[in-house]
Design a protein around this ligand. Structure first.
Ligand code: NAP
Length: 312
């Protein structure tokens, strides 16, 4: 019989309501018993204003899922881990690489599971793409091109945290592409150069270009742009000895060497909660920081180009 863990969600905003709450409701391995949010509450569970009140009021809680913006994730995760709770982090797992490394150590010291989730890796195209690129049939990867473009006013209406330090700017969606690329490519990639286009009134970029290479020297190029629309483009092309693998619509569609591949139904967040349950049951953690490290490298290496004010 499946063990049922009690769970709380922290930060009831867009992604918590759109994806986390429905996925948890459909997952028999978790029972949602509480939420913590400063300005929102969820029907049918106990509600708290913040994580400290939640942890004080829910001593028998097993796990928390953190859905607030990245700038507050470290303090929330540390408090939960030190209280002995298993923790699932929305992407990105933190506002800096070092704080995620520290959380990993805190989780180990407290005997808790830490799951740095990457929802785009659970998109239906990703595992078939990874398997084909790892196969002998595909041969070598020759070049990779990522185009991740959308209209920020449509996808992030009114969100101020994306423009503040730690909010990642256009890397907030761009890191989803990097989470897929780092999962599907058979070799590690290294960032060599970047350009960050930053509006005069924001701390984070509205567009970015990344030039990477894999360990065999194949170029991996990524273009992220928030000034695109009305139809978004979330595309990855991988050229190999055996033709082109193309991921479209953020991982909903896949073609290999000109043939469309039939994929399973979309279930990113249900799959994340299944994985979280499995990790807790096995007393393991899953913390892959490579997508965040590439973003951090882009901030380290990136040439800054100022562009017109966004008008936040
Ligand atoms: P959001 O709606 O702007 O924020 C989520 C909630 O976090 C807010 O409603 C707010 O609730 C709480 N919060 C905001 N600032 C806070 C602060 N300084 N301290 C404590 N709590 C704070 O953002 P979101 O779109 O859900 O994104 C949250 C995370 O999910 C981000 O890391 C994002 O990358 C990721 N994500 C988002 C999407 C999407 O489609 N939106 C998709 C996948 C992943 P209270 O005011 O009630 O506390």
């Amino acid at each position: 019989m499946t063990t049922r863990y009690t769970l709380a969600v922290v930060g009831i905003g867009k992604i918590a309501r759109d994806q986390h709450l429905p996925a948890i409701a459909a997952q028999p391995g978790f029972e949602l018993v509480a939420c913590a949010s400063r300005n929102a509450s969820v029907d049918g569970v106990r509600n708290y204003a913040d994580i400290d009140a939640l942890l004080a009021g829910e001593s028998s809680l097993d796990a928390v899922s953190l859905c607030a913006p990245p700038q507050v994730r470290f303090a929330q995760a540390r408090a939960a881990l030190e209280a002995g709770k298993h923790v699932m982090l929305e992407k990105p797992p933190g506002a800096s690489v070092s704080e995620v490394e520290a959380l990993n150590e805190i989780a180990r010291a407290n005997g808790c599971t830490l799951f740095a989730s990457w929802h785009s890796r659970a998109a239906s195209a990703v595992e078939p793409a990874r398997a084909w690129l790892a196969s002998k049939e595909a041969g070598n990867v020759r070049a990779v091109e990522v185009r991740w473009k959308e209209d920020v006013r449509r996808w992030h209406p009114g969100q101020q945290w994306i423009w503040e330090p730690g909010g990642l700017g256009v890397f907030d969606p761009g890191i989803n592409a990097l989470s897929i690329v780092t999962r599907i490519l058979p070799r590690e990639i290294a960032l060599r150069a970047a350009t960050l286009t930053i509006p005069g009134d924001t701390a984070t970029p509205i567009a970015a270009e990344l030039e990477c290479v894999d360990t065999h020297g194949a170029p991996v190029r990524a273009v992220f742009d928030w000034r695109h629309g009305p139809v978004e483009e979330w595309a990855i092309d991988v050229d190999t000895d055996a033709g082109r693998l193309s991921i479209r619509e953020g991982g909903k569609r896949l073609s290999i060497a000109g043939k469309d591949i039939t994929l399973g139904a979309e279930r990113e967040y249900p799959a994340l909660y299944e994985r979280f349950h499995e990790l807790i049951a096995q007393r393991e953690s899953d913390v892959d920081i490579r997508p965040l490290r590439l973003v951090a490298d882009a901030f380290l290496l990136g040439a800054h180009v100022e562009t017109e004010a966004f008008g936040r």
